[in-house]
Design a protein around this ligand. Structure first.
Ligand SMILES: Nc1ncnc2c1ncn2[C@@H]1O[C@H](COP(=O)(O)OP(=O)(O)OP(=O)(O)O)[C@@H](O)[C@H]1O
Ligand SMILES: [Mg+2]
Length: 285
């Protein structure tokens, strides 16, 4: 039996909120200029992307204003709805971008039934769609989990297909800068470092490892560190690589702050984080 893309939502475990996919063929979307995403004709559609249109139909977005940043996997735009500004993360289709090897992060994740998992492994058309939509859904699910735990991350608003809407971190439509783009004074850098370590601790206490933790994925807004970018987040209880990913995250935060010469011991922090995980009932597999 041919698997239809829309069946995937029925495969969800613990109501993972897998999206219901349109059965029609998805248009390949590469990195897109703003004007390519907004319809130029007088048709009913405001957006050329069916994912954005689905979000518009639900009242979650009613305009795209500018591009904030183009990344390797996705581009982030400034959008708006009736309540104000939004950050709009639009993933580039896997078929038209360089592919980051993600199997390490995906281990232990729920990825549908055997047929779906096989399709993903084989990279069939269905498999590619399922692969990337599960990846994007996972980002939304983890962001929501962390937000609900009170960890400083943007408030997740809605998702559809390859698009995620979230709170814009910034003021009056101006996105906050990443720590990596700033040249902080020593005292502010120490504060940013401390806050970054606190976020790492709270992630571990919640049973999660970010997997790409560095100053490139931390925004600095009104003296507060806000973590972003979650598709590769792993759960300690199910991913056998969580410990090595944690070690890498710690090394990377130390590297990010190297120029400020942080007064802290990497190994000690690692051990402390392992302890925090254990104390909170998250034992590494
Ligand atoms: N909620 C937000 N508010 C403001 N700016 C944001 C927000 N989310 C993302 N950005 C900006 O968009 C950039 C890309 O976002 P993100 O890191 O999630 O995507 P990415 O494709 O994984 O990028 P990269 O490959 O560069 O890591 C961020 O570095 C940041 O500058
Ligand atoms: Mg990033």
């Amino acid at each position: 039996m041919k698997i239809k893309l829309q069946n995937i939502h029925e495969l969800s475990e613990e109501n993972n909120s897998f999206e219901k996919f349109a059965s029609k063929k998805r248009k390949l979307s590469g990195k897109q200029n703003l004007n390519k995403l907004v319809s130029s004709d007088e048709s009913e559609n405001m957006f050329t992307s069916s994912d954005l249109e689905a979000l518009r139909a639900r009242g979650d977005i009613n305009g795209l204003i500018s591009i904030i940043k183009t990344g390797k996997e996705a581009s982030v735009y400034l959008g708006k709805n009736e309540e104000g500004y939004l950050a709009v993360k639009i993933y580039t289709d896997l078929r038209v971008r360089s592919f980051r090897k993600d199997s390490l992060y995906r281990q232990g994740r729920f990825e549908g039934n055997m047929r779906t998992r096989k399709a993903i492994e084989q990279g069939s058309e269905f498999g590619l769609d399922a692969h990337q939509i599960l990846w994007v859904n996972e980002e939304f699910r983890q962001m929501k989990f962390l937000y609900d735990k009170g960890i400083p991350v943007p408030k997740p608003i809605a998702n559809s297909g390859l698009v995620i809407l979230m709170q814009l971190i910034g003021n009056e439509g101006n996105a906050a800068e990443r720590l990596s783009d700033l040249d902080l004074e020593k005292q502010e850098a120490e504060e940013a470092f401390e806050q970054s370590l606190t976020i790492l601790k709270n992630l571990i206490a919640a049973g999660r490892v970010h997997g790409d933790f560095s100053s490139y994925n931390i925004l600095w807004h009104e003296e507060k560190a806000i973590l972003i970018d979650f598709p590769q987040v792993t759960e300690i209880r199910s991913n056998p690589h969580a410990k090595e990913l944690l070690r890498r995250d710690i090394a990377s935060v130390f590297k990010s702050f190297k120029k400020y010469k942080p007064d802290a011991d990497e190994e000690k922090i690692f051990k402390n984080l392992l302890h925090i995980a254990h104390r909170n009932g998250h034992d590494f597999v």
